[in-house]
Ligand binder design. Structure first.
Ligand SMILES: [Zn+2]
Ligand SMILES: [Zn+2]
Ligand SMILES: [Zn+2]
Ligand SMILES: [Zn+2]
Length: 265
């Protein structure tokens, strides 16, 4: 495949409608001469903005990334064979960073924020699931969407955007969340990987995905009750700092004692 066709700008951009003269009356695919005639008219590809011969454009239709990102338009437009197969091939690739391509969608589509939060929860659960002996069964719930827990929560595949449009994606994510939470709370192995709040020292086990109740320290990554957490007084961060201070002190003592050792002439 032509590398230039795959670059971001081409992929996400809407291409203005060209004309046959600009193409020197040649098919944009195979370069055979094409003419606007009484009985034959070259086929227009909405994705590339170019004209094609009828061997290179069989009137297949597909959704167009730029139309979706800009206008949330999921209309199927006629496109050339090359781009038809190209778009079908990348249908399940998480290439769309919505936060960069069109952050306004987060305002117009309230479900997007909910989807982001659910994905964050799943990412927290990932550490439990991946080390469980039931890992394979649990990951199977994701189908071919492992990237949902393996990429930034702003990345989506074309397939996801279609499911969001059809109001199916959120309920799918909710189901994965439910299955995983239920497993973790029922599984002795997973349950044991929960944390205790280092602030209040309560014996209650807490879990990082329970975002309403818990929070994660941005520096040491430990989990604490949201109501207890204070970044300045995080017990784990303090322990880490103390350990560093002690090791610095020991090192400086060692180098000091080496310095004071009489040097041989
Ligand atoms: Zn052609
Ligand atoms: Zn488990
Ligand atoms: Zn607490
Ligand atoms: Zn901390």
């Amino acid at each position: 495949m032509n590398g230039a066709l795959l670059n971001d700008k081409f992929f996400f951009k809407e291409h203005p409608k060209g004309n046959l003269t600009q193409q020197k009356n040649k098919c944009a695919g195979c370069k055979k001469p094409i003419h606007q005639g009484w009985f034959s008219s070259p086929a227009y590809c909405r994705y590339s903005g170019k004209y094609f011969c009828l061997s290179c454009h069989k009137n297949n239709k597909f959704i167009i990334p730029a139309r979706i990102i800009k206008f949330w338009d999921f209309t199927y437009y006629p496109i050339s064979e090359f781009y038809y197969h190209f778009l079908k091939d990348m249908y399940y690739e998480p290439l769309f960073n919505i936060a960069i391509l069109n952050p306004g969608l987060f305002n117009t589509l309230p479900n997007l924020m909910k989807i982001k939060t659910l994905r964050q929860k799943l990412i927290f659960m990932k550490d439990f699931i991946l080390t469980c002996r039931d890992k394979d069964v649990l990951l199977a719930v994701l189908g071919n969407r492992f990237y949902v827990i393996d990429t930034d929560t702003d990345f989506f595949a074309l397939a996801d955007l279609v499911e969001i449009y059809k109001h199916k994606f959120l309920s799918w994510l909710r189901n994965v969340c439910e299955v995983w939470v239920k497993h973790i709370l029922d599984c002795e192995l997973c349950k044991a990987k929960g944390s205790y709040c280092g602030f209040c020292k309560s014996p209650e086990i807490i879990y990082p995905w329970n975002l309403r109740v818990t929070t994660q320290c941005s520096r040491c990554k430990s989990i604490a009750h949201r109501s207890c957490y204070n970044a300045e007084k995080c017990p784990k961060c303090i322990r880490i700092q103390e350990r560093k201070a002690i090791s610095r002190l020991t090192k400086s003592k060692q180098s000091h004692s080496l310095d004071s050792f009489p040097k041989k002439l």
